[in-house]
Write a protein that binds this ligand. Structure first.
Ligand SMILES: NC(=O)c1ccc[n+]([C@@H]2O[C@H](COP(=O)([O-])OP(=O)(O)OC[C@H]3O[C@@H](n4cnc5c(N)ncnc54)[C@H](OP(=O)(O)O)[C@@H]3O)[C@@H](O)[C@H]2O)c1
Length: 241
């Protein structure tokens, strides 16, 4: 039986989710890649399997409680859940006065509530199994409010606080909870295809190296119990912070 990992919010190949799945499969974990788009999940998993790794694609909305419970049950049937990464999160720009209640609530559901569902299920299994690691993907938004980003800022900040509470609540159970602040734009598929002008404005040096961010997750994952960090923040040399 091999240990398993669950990564949520897995999308295109050049995105955080997919690259996290790849990295942890390379470390020998059987990785459950959860997302909404079957085609990208299947392609990713097939690629990992061709290279001798173990991965399973699961179509699951991260805000769906039952789907999340089932996903964790499926992973535990394969092996101990050693790592969970809650990576789901969509930027939701907009001015407060123009924002519908449903839009604001959905931003919170995707960025924070789903993190609670994943965190709760992870803790249930990890307490029984003697520990594990739970990591959350943050953003610049996790640390500060900015005009036009009230919905995203508030939900990412809430996720960070949830992670901090969990780190303190479950540390003694051997559960390492960590948070990675991605402080800038990732040089991945999202920015390059959806916001090409923004990507061009930042230039290669202004876009974050996706593998360097994945390194931060792996760093937290491999820390020994007597030397845990809660948070790592990552940015380019050019970032104005
Ligand atoms: N991109 C950036 O520049 C940047 C900067 C700072 C922080 N971040 C953070 O990094 C994380 C990953 O961002 P990324 O841009 O690299 O994207 P990604 O990991 O490539 O993809 C995220 C995936 O999450 C999926 N998703 C969205 N809502 C979901 C839901 N309710 N349930 C399940 N899956 C869902 C999307 O699926 P669909 O394909 O179905 O829409 C998308 O493919 C996010 O937490 C984001 O806030 C990103």
């Amino acid at each position: 039986m091999s240990d398993t990992a669950i990564v949520s919010g897995v999308g295109p190949e050049q995105g955080m989710g997919a690259q996290l799945v790849r990295r942890f499969a390379k470390r020998g974990l059987h990785v459950f890649a959860a997302g909404r788009t079957g085609a990208s999940l299947d392609a990713l998993v097939a690629n990992i399997q061709r290279g001798g790794g173990r991965a399973t694609a699961v179509i699951a909305d991260a805000t769906d409680e039952l789907a999340t419970i089932e996903l964790f049950g499926q992973a535990r049937a394969v092996g101990k859940i050693d790592l969970v990464v809650y990576n789901t999160g969509n930027n939701t720009p907009g001015r407060i006065e123009d924002m519908s209640a449903a839009f604001f609530e959905n931003s919170w559901r995707v960025c924070c509530f789903g993190g609670f569902l994943y965190g709760r299920e992870a803790v249930k299994y990890m307490k029984r199994d003697g520990g594990g690691t739970i990591l959350f993907t943050g953003a610049s938004a996790s640390l500060r409010g900015r005009p036009n980003f009230g919905a995203f800022n508030s939900s990412k900040a809430a996720l960070r606080c949830l992670a901090q509470a969990m780190a303190k609540e479950y540390g003694a159970d051997g559960i390492h909870v960590g948070h990675v602040v991605i402080d800038g734009a990732i040089g991945g598929e999202k920015i390059r295809t959806r916001y090409p002008e923004y990507a061009a404005k930042l230039g290669e040096e202004g876009l974050m190296d996706i593998q360097a961010i994945v390194d931060a997750f792996e760093y937290l994952y491999q820390q020994p119990r007597r030397g845990w960090s809660f948070e790592v923040d990552v940015r380019t040399a050019l970032e104005n912070w």
